[in-house]
Write a protein that binds this ligand. Sequence first.
Ligand SMILES: Cc1ncc(C[n+]2csc(CCOP(=O)(O)OP(=O)(O)O)c2C)c(N)n1
Length: 624
Amino acid sequence: MALLETIDSPADIKKLSLDDLAALSGEIRTLLVQVVSRNGGHLSSNLGVVDLTLALHRVFDAPRDQIIWDIGHQCYTHKIVTGRRERIGTIRQRGGLLGFPAREESEYDVLNTGHASTSLGFASGLAIARDRKGETHHIVTVIGDGALTGGVALEALNHIGQVKQRLIIVLNDNKMSISPNVGGISRHLNYLASGRPYIRMKEVIQNVLKAIPGVGRTLFDLARKIEVLMRTLMVPGSLFDELGIKYIGPINGHGFRDLIKELESAKKHDFPVLLHVVTRKGEGYEPASDNPSSFHSSAPFNIENGKFLGRDKSPSYSEVFGRSVRCLVAADRRFIALTAAMPEGTGLDAVQKEFPENFFDVGIAEQYMFDFAGGLALGGFRPVLGVYSTFLQRAIDQVIHDAALMRLPLLVGLDRAGLVGGDGPTHQGIYDIALLQPIPGIVLMAPKDENELQHMVFTASRLDRPAFIRFPKEPGRGVPLDDELHELPLGQGEVLRRGDRVLMLAVGPLAYRALAAAEKLASEDGIESTVLNVRFLKPLDRERILALAAASDRVVTVEDGALRGGFASIVRAELENAGIQRPFLALGVGEGDVPLASREELLAHFGIDAAGIYRSVKAFVQEQ
Ligand SMILES: Cc1ncc(C[n+]2csc(CCOP(=O)(O)OP(=O)(O)O)c2C)c(N)n1
């Protein structure tokens, strides 16, 4: 790591020769593989942009020039060369560097990001602000071909082409979102990257010249010059040019000479330009370049053979969700599985593989996915959507305005609901209860384990209105999975244990943690509790909850989500309406930042692991 040790800031990159840059990128790749093999992380995306990142920091003067990373999952090299080299080993770990850019971490990080397609809007606003203030720095945004499929990025392109502010968009095209990228824009990028527009133009010019009798050598030379000129000016048929943004490319994203030359010349324009940079995901580490999807968000792995470590034996909630949807499709082809660029993450690749006709990946387009699903439902089909809780936030208007008001029967699996380890504040799934519970007519469930999840998928598939099932990112409990699925009685919870001192109302897999706490309270402290697995957040098992509360000394709610507006607020309001006054303890995610940590550490941090629940309930009982 000889060279890398001399890089304390981007200024040190500017001194290097092209050969040194190549050597440095090799050292950085080795470091990235080492770190991610231990901590997990977005390996293939980061390996793909090492050269691009070095070229950017070579050409631009950050932090004066502002370099923005869309999503931000590919920022590791940026972090390494902007003064965080020595802390890179702590990335994604408690107390360590975030795996995404964060303003509070460094002045080189322009935006806090994690969700896709936001960079262009910010860049556009920053460029207008700069110009109004008479400042002269550059604004450069790096957006992937996947993130470019997000509607908000396309809205930004539309506006940028109109306002025409000075701005450099670097399109990092590796043909991959997490999985192979999809859609017409992706096809258009392939067309541009292939150089076909240029070849076509060459043919046109040659044909025109051939049609002129007696064409001599000089005219052919002229034609060649016109070709070169046209190529640098504009590739015909580029969508970006049509929108008013000058297209430059394609550029080899692993060649420093070209990258530096094109970035330097992009600086000279006083209107928006888009540099189409072609990179390879996983570049430099064969297991990742051979299998970029698996190494997109990688678990720790063995560097020698690229095998992932410590894979859990019991299927994850995502896998069980995917398999359950696959069963629905197998039995009834009206069911159609939908994902917004997360086939593997949501488990719906199980449907994609076996029933490709009954599966759609719509790109990073959560809002569109809900409207598309609405259309399918109106047309008599049964859409099943897999979406992470944090990305559902994008589509709340569609849920309210398009699905709920028409009571369309969408079945939605809300994956990664609750506290999420490793990815930090942008990826927490803690707001879905608060966002969904006021919406009339919907159903919201939370299974206590993976077997209950199967039954909930089956139950939701029988409903005639939008139904959401929230489940976390944690290994399944390894409980037996029933072969025969049945409908759960709508709006009914499940009493797991009875006792008269404390009523614990627990959401999702926290029910087992509450149960463990209740057992310990009984055996060690003689405090008996009832534990209700809530199952249905909406419709709520209201009568039973009120009756149980009336029969208990105290009420405790336990949820893996934001307390404000969440389950605790619902129960509190119900008790108040019914005139039942009991000392009340709400356990969940309080206000304030969610720190970077693993899921188990976060549960402990917020006191909603078994030990935390035990401690809090014991103190609560002893209070009076
Ligand atoms: C709104 C939103 N939906 C889904 C995701 C999950 N996600 C993270 S990275 C990614 C793929 C991004 O592809 P691309 O922009 O091409 O970057 P690459 O990883 O290929 O470099 C997706 C879908 C997200 N971050 N934000």
